[in-house]
Design a protein around this ligand. Structure first.
Ligand SMILES: *Cc1c(COP(=O)(O)O)cnc(C)c1O
Length: 226
C-alpha cells in the first residue's frame, strides 16, 4: 500500500472529528509530494533545520506545523511561515515567539504543550505552571502570539487504560484553561493529541487534531542521514 492509499483510509476513519497533521519528519520532499498530491495540506515537522530545508522546496499552500521541542534562539527561522507551533512549553519561549511574530508582522498561533505522560523525557507545562504563566504580566503583554489550545503526548505503552487516562487529563486541562483564561476566545479550541499508535483512543477522548507519521509514510529510518 502506498502513501496516498494509507492517507485515504485514515482520512475516512477520522471523518470530521479530528484534523490530520501528517508528520513528515525524516521523510523526503518526494514522499511529502505524494501526500500533497493526494490532497494533504497540513504537515508536521519536529526539527527547525529540517523544516527550513524542506519548506522552500515544497508548495506554498502547505500549512507547516512545528511539533518538536523548540529552542528560543531558533524561533526566528520558522517565524516567517509556520502555521501552528504545537510545542509552546514556557513563558520564555512564548516571549521569543512573540518577538519574532512582531518582526515578521504576523500573529503566530501556538498550542500550550502539557506534560501528561509518565515519562521524564517529554516536555511541557503542568497546569499550575501554565496558570502562573497565563496570569503573569509578561504574558499579558504578548501581542503577536495567539494561543489556540493544548497539546500533549501520552506515555509510550501498551496499557490502554493509562493512555486513555492521560488523554482524558489533557481534555480536562483544556477545559480548565478555557474556563479560566479563554472563555471569550473562540480561537482557543484545539486539543492536539494522538499519534500512529494511539490516535483512536485520542479521538474517543476528544482530540481535534491528530499527529500521525509512520502510519502514513511507513516506519522512519533514522540511520539514513537526511
Ligand atoms: C514523531 C511525532 C509524531 C508522530 O509519530 P508517529 O508514531 O510516527 O505517528 C507525533 N507527535 C510528535 C510530537 C512527534 O514527534
Amino acid at each position: 500500500m502506498g502513501i496516498a492509499e494509507r492517507l485515504s483510509i485514515l482520512k475516512e476513519e477520522l471523518g470530521c472529528q479530528a484534523r490530520l497533521v501528517a508528520v513528515s519528519k525524516t521523510k523526503t520532499t518526494e514522499e511529502i509530494m505524494e501526500a500533497y498530491q493526494a490532497g494533504q495540506r497540513i504537515f508536521g515537522e519536529n526539527k527547525v533545520q529540517e523544516l527550513t530545508e524542506k519548506q522552500p522546496r515544497l508548495p506554498d499552500d502547505i500549512q507547516w506545523h512545528f511539533i518538536g521541542h523548540l529552542q528560543t534562539n531558533k524561533v526566528k527561522y520558522i517565524a516567517p511561515f509556520v502555521h501552528l507551533i504545537h510545542s509552546a512549553d514556557s513563558l520564555k519561549l512564548l516571549q521569543a515567539i512573540d518577538r519574532e511574530g512582531e518582526k515578521n508582522n504576523r500573529v503566530i498561533k501556538c498550542l500550550l504543550q502539557f506534560h501528561i505522560a509518565d515519562e521524564e523525557t517529554k516536555f511541557g507545562f503542568d497546569p499550575e505552571e501554565a496558570t502562573n504563566t497565563l496570569l503573569s504580566e509578561e504574558f499579558r503583554k504578548l501581542k503577536f502570539t495567539e494561543i489556540c489550545g493544548v497539546m500533549g503526548m501520552a506515555t509510550f505503552t501498551d496499557r490502554e487504560d493509562q493512555v486513555r487516562h492521560e488523554f482524558r487529563s489533557l481534555k480536562q486541562i483544556f477545559g480548565q484553561m478555557k474556563q479560566g483564561f479563554f472563555k471569550d476566545k473562540p480561537g482557543f479550541c484545539e486539543i492536539s493529541m494522538g499519534m500512529s499508535g494511539d490516535y483512536p483512543l485520542a479521538i474517543e477522548e476528544g482530540s481535534t487534531m491528530v499527529r500521525i507519521g509512520s502510519l502514513i509514510f511507513g516506519e522512519r529510518n533514522y540511520g539514513s542521514g537526511i
